[in-house]
Design a protein around this ligand. Structure first.
Ligand code: SF4
Length: 309
């Protein structure tokens, strides 16, 4: 085998390389490409195999793919988000406190998640979210290992660009990560004590525990209002927590339509970025309706009519 033919195999079909050196040592001796190119080829080949086996390419959506998290860069942060199939979409309920209207208006349908859906209401983004959740459900040890590796990679990438890495694990779910333990009995927050994690939740007990300082120091929670939890909203605000409220600001997301006050609290623009852990305490985080939620505004529903608020 000439060096050139061998190199082509490394670059385009690394895993099928049959040179005796590679088979015995798992190390390519090709001389046309350098070690860096060989490593990149190996990584991309392994990624293709992993993607086919698992049904998703990346566990965390990296900074740059989500327009809202991208805005955090201006403040020096890089956000990575874990997206599962929400509510009971995959058969496992990952949103215990979901309401009928939040299910209907879920962010899951915003952006790429809502484009070119097939007859089953799915596209590649939706299928990847179901596959990630199935991986969490049926391959828990491998899931934890992959999550740790994904956070480590996110940290490396962010630091390389001079940004502070932060992580949101409930992009489209509402799991109690502070209670989920890896094989070594640590939570993911304990495994990365220097990383800021943040989430929204509709679980009033979690939101109030956070407001009382009973959550991990590197975890921030914002309570999320729905059409069925007004009493919880009052309790969370009284405990000192923040509450996110969705307002229908139309297709053009006209933030001028958002009220200045809601329930006696100052409304801040929660779409300016996704960095909830930087919000002042005791505010309402106004979010403009997205995806299917646009046009759902009413006086009492999950999506509030902005003008009427
Ligand atoms: S709780 Fe949040 S993630 Fe779950 S269905 Fe409702 S809006 Fe979607």
């Amino acid at each position: 085998m000439t060096a050139h033919v061998h190199a082509a195999q490394c670059e385009f079909s690394f895993l099928s390389c049959s040179s005796s050196t590679f088979v015995e040592t798992r190390r390519c001796t090709c001389t046309t490409f350098g070690r860096g190119a060989q490593r990149r080829a190996k990584r991309s080949a392994v990624k293709l195999v992993d993607r086919a086996a698992r049904g998703f390419a990346e566990l965390l959506t990296p900074d740059g793919y989500n327009p809202k998290t991208k805005k955090g860069r201006a403040r020096g942060y890089s956000s990575a988000i874990l997206h599962f199939a929400p509510a009971t979409l995959s058969g496992l309920n990952v949103c215990q406190f979901a309401s009928p209207e939040c299910r209907a208006a879920c962010l899951n349908t915003a952006g790429h998640g809502g484009i070119a859906l097939d007859a089953a209401g799915l596209n590649d983004v939706q299928r990847a979210r179901i596959a990630r959740l199935n991986y969490y459900r049926y391959h828990r040890p491998e899931f934890w290992a992959l999550l740790v590796a994904a956070i480590q990679a996110h940290v490396r990438r962010a630091l390389k660009h001079g940004l502070t890495p932060v992580v949101r694990l409930n992009g489209t779910s509402d799991l109690p990560w502070e209670r989920l333990r890896m094989l070594d009995r640590r939570t993911i927050f304990e495994a990365f004590p220097e990383i800021q994690f943040y989430d929204y939740t509709k679980d009033p007990r979690r939101a109030i525990a956070w407001a009382r300082g009973e959550m991990p120091a590197n975890y921030h929670l914002t309570f999320s209002r729905s059409e069925v939890n007004d009493a919880d909203v009052r309790d969370v605000l009284a405990a000192g927590g923040n509450v996110a409220v969705v307002f229908d600001c139309g297709q053009k997301h006209d933030y001028a339509l958002m009220p200045e006050l809601w329930s006696g609290r100052r409304v801040i623009n929660g779409d300016a970025d996704d960095l909830r852990f930087l919000d002042p305490a005791g505010v309402v985080v106004g979010l403009s309706a997205k995806g299917r939620a646009i046009g759902m505004g009413s006086d009492t529903g999950f999506v509030l009519s902005a003008r009427a608020a």
